[in-house]
Write a protein that binds this ligand. Structure first.
Ligand code: ADP
Length: 395
């Protein structure tokens, strides 16, 4: 029997990531990236089997970058023949899209209607979908949403205490993001433990960071909100701040709300606190060297994570596992240690040895046997999750 493949496309504001998975083995046979889109230094690189290739495509637009990727796929006769689905990451599904959805012209119109909810991302996501629909008109194109996993969050956690009519009219509620990763973590936990309805706290710590309370396998609360700016302190995003600060800063600095939002998204968080970088590897090096600002940044980051973990005991009541993932969650023993240090009152204990090995041993567990809740490190795989959701999507 010939192999079946799924192409995964992830269009960001300045990059396109792609992967091709062989469906049965779940292994990717292509994995690549076009970065610095619309600039002189736009570059395509990809790995295939054991080789790595790359070349410059100066000033390529999203569409041009996608056409190069499509040419690579079409050039591979086995993949071209066996391609059964294309999964597109779409950041925002708004109120309409609550699960992975097969895309037709009608759904493209609906996606365009909700683009204002994610103006930096959804337009590139739509460009990716339209280019692939033209190139592969007979293959099903599936939109997989970052918000969809959180559509199970109950009203009590998703509703902001503002005018109900305004909230309804403009769709203002907690949508949550990183849902593809939190969904992957929940499924992986079930795979490893055979617990089909686990209660979990999934902590995704990358450049963006969010935490999700998962009850019986479903999201019941998450730290990001109407936008990805809410919640934990992140690389360059402030996370939760008093909304009164906007007005105060606007008048003191004589800048617009748009400029303030830009500052809170791009020049805040770890970067602003440390005055060094948003990059955790650099911050850890400075922390170890005794830099006071790096220490404050890391301490605030860990404190904000620990507070969310403790607060998610309210919706969960009991918890089967606390799981760290994302670039920082998977690699930083220091951050995991400092977070769990705040939670001794929950009888959580880290095993220094397993933590230092990033959970590479003992079923990914980094806690001691005496810990009231086991603590895990999982490597997230959003692309594989998109591939699985795309393959399983019937309509
Ligand atoms: P993105 O959210 O852009 O996908 P990642 O999940 O790759 O980002 O996470 C990027 C973050 O992970 C950066 O802050 C980086 O410094 C951090 N990181 C990666 N490797 C390590 C490491 N070995 N130790 C500490 N932090 C790390």
């Amino acid at each position: 029997m010939s192999s079946k493949y799924v192409l995964v496309i992830n269009c960001g504001s300045s990059s396109v990531k792609f992967a091709v998975f062989e469906i049965n083995s779940e292994h990717h046979i292509y994995h690549g990236l076009v970065d610095n889109i619309n600039t002189d230094s736009c570059h395509l690189s990809f790995s295939h089997q054991n080789s790595i290739e790359g070349y410059h495509i100066p000033n390529a637009t999203i569409e041009e970058a996608l056409k190069k990727i499509i040419a690579i796929i079409k050039n591979d006769s086995a993949v071209k023949k066996g391609l059964t689905a294309i999964g597109h990451r779409v950041v925002h599904g708004g109120l309409h899209f609550k699960k992975a959805t097969k895309i037709d012209q009608n759904n493209i119109l609906k996606l365009k209607e909700i683009s204002s909810l994610a103006p930096l991302h959804n337009p590139s996501n739509i460009a990716g979908i339209e280019t692939c629909l033209t190139a592969f008109p007979k293959i099903k194109n599936i939109a997989v949403f970052d918000t969809a996993f959180h559509s199970s969050i109950p009203e009590i956690a998703a509703t902001y205490a503002i005018d109900r009519d305004i909230a309804t009219k403009y769709g203002i509620k907690k949508y949550g993001f990183h849902g593809i990763s939190h969904n992957f973590i929940s499924q992986k936990f079930t795979e490893i433990t055979q617990n089909m309805k686990p209660n979990l706290i999934s902590i995704h710590l990358g450049n963006g960071a969010s935490i999700c309370a998962i009850k019986a396998g479903e999201s019941v609360d998450t730290s990001m909100g109407f936008t990805p700016l809410a919640g934990l302190v992140m690389g360059t995003r402030s996370g939760d701040i008093d909304p009164g600060i906007h007005q105060y800063l606007a008048s003191k600095l004589n800048i617009s709300l748009a400029e303030i939002t830009d500052t809170l998204n791009k020049r805040s968080g770890l970067r602003a606190l440390s005055r060094i970088s948003h990059d955790m590897r650099k911050l850890e090096a400075a922390y170890v060297a005794g830099d006071k600002d790096a220490k404050l940044a890391i301490d605030i980051f860990c404190y904000s994570i620990a507070k969310y973990i403790a607060s998610y005991m309210v919706p969960l009541q009991n918890c089967d596992g606390i799981i760290f993932t994302g670039g920082i969650g998977e690699n930083s023993a220091l951050i995991r240690f400092l977070v769990i240090q705040h939670l001794k009152f929950l009888s959580l204990n880290i095993s220094e040895k397993d933590n230092n090995h990033n959970g590479a041993c003992s079923n990914h567990i980094i806690s001691q046997e005496t810990s009231a809740i086991p603590v895990y490190v999982f490597k997230t795989n959003e692309e594989l999750m998109i591939a699985k959701l795309a393959v399983n999507c019937k309509k």
